[in-house]
Design a protein. Structure first.
Length: 262
């Protein structure tokens, strides 16, 4: 029961969507620095390549780019086919790609629902479905493959910001993850959610700039999430230590939810 065998991910094959920036980049670095082989995919090809160059310079594991626009179903198919040409199995899928939209209730556009729910919810199912054969190929009864879905505390509470489609999509993602846990657990694949609180990312940049101190005051631990927080949680869920965790929603928020006022 040494830490290396309990929490090790060396030589595991990992796919991180949206893995070039923000929380996805934090997750990718956590896997690479612990010896995993990580595939990064998002629609920003230049960002994917840049992230891979930086991560490969760290040594231990490796990073590889397969750009794809997940708004387009055909791009999802192409990306998975490219992955299958390179790998015969996949140990971990991290569904991290996401988008947000803010607008007053009376002005909230219909297009925002289609855009946000497509990426944040529909494509989680699409990609999980498409890579299931690769996940099954890596799985055994004692060592299941893993799906890690990056959710949000805004899918567990009612946010003060007018991000209606985002919070609805994350709530849907949380329940989808539990449903996948039930169905795919029988195929030796676990499915869990990390419901993130505030982290430094492009999506949160404007909010943190305007309300960062107020947000910190509402978090019992008094700080914003750091890269090691989300990377460490993903490493736990992907390792031997997390192999019996299935259908869980882990609030990674410094206590934000328990501090929420009615």
């Amino acid at each position: 029961m040494d830490s290396a065998s309990l929490f090790g991910v060396k030589d595991k094959v990992v796919l991180v969507t949206g893995g070039a920036k923000g929380i996805g980049r934090m997750i990718s670095e956590g896997f690479v620095t612990n010896g995993a082989k990580v595939y990064i995919s998002s629609r920003d090809a230049a960002a994917c390549e840049k992230a891979c160059q930086e991560l490969n310079a760290l040594g231990k594991g490796s990073a590889h780019s397969i750009p794809a626009d997940f708004y387009k179903h055909e791009d999802c198919l192409r990306m998975v086919e490219e992955l299958k040409k390179k790998e015969t199995k996949l140990d971990v899928l991290v569904n991290n790609s996401g988008s947000n939209w803010g607008a007053p209730f009376d002005e909230f556009p219909d297009a925002a629902w289609s855009r946000v729910l497509t990426l944040n919810l529909t494509r989680v199912f699409t990609l999980s479905q498409l890579v299931t054969p690769l996940l099954e190929a890596a799985a055994t009864r004692g060592s299941p493959s893993r799906i890690i879905n990056i959710g949000s505390v805004d899918g567990l509470r009612v946010p003060s910001l007018e991000t209606f489609s985002y919070s609805a999509s994350k709530a849907g993602l949380h329940h989808l993850s539990r449903t996948l846990a039930s169905h795919l657990g029988k195929r030796n694949i676990t499915s869990n959610v990390i419901a993130c609180g505030p982290f430094e990312s492009k999506m949160m940049a404007a909010t943190l700039k305007s309300f960062g101190e107020v947000i910190k005051e509402g978090i019992p631990l008094g700080r914003i999430g750091e890269p090691t927080d989300v990377a460490g949680t993903c490493l736990f869920l992907s390792s031997r230590a997390g192999s019996y965790v299935n259908g869980a929603t882990i609030a990674l928020d410094g206590g934000t939810l328990v501090a929420s006022k009615l």
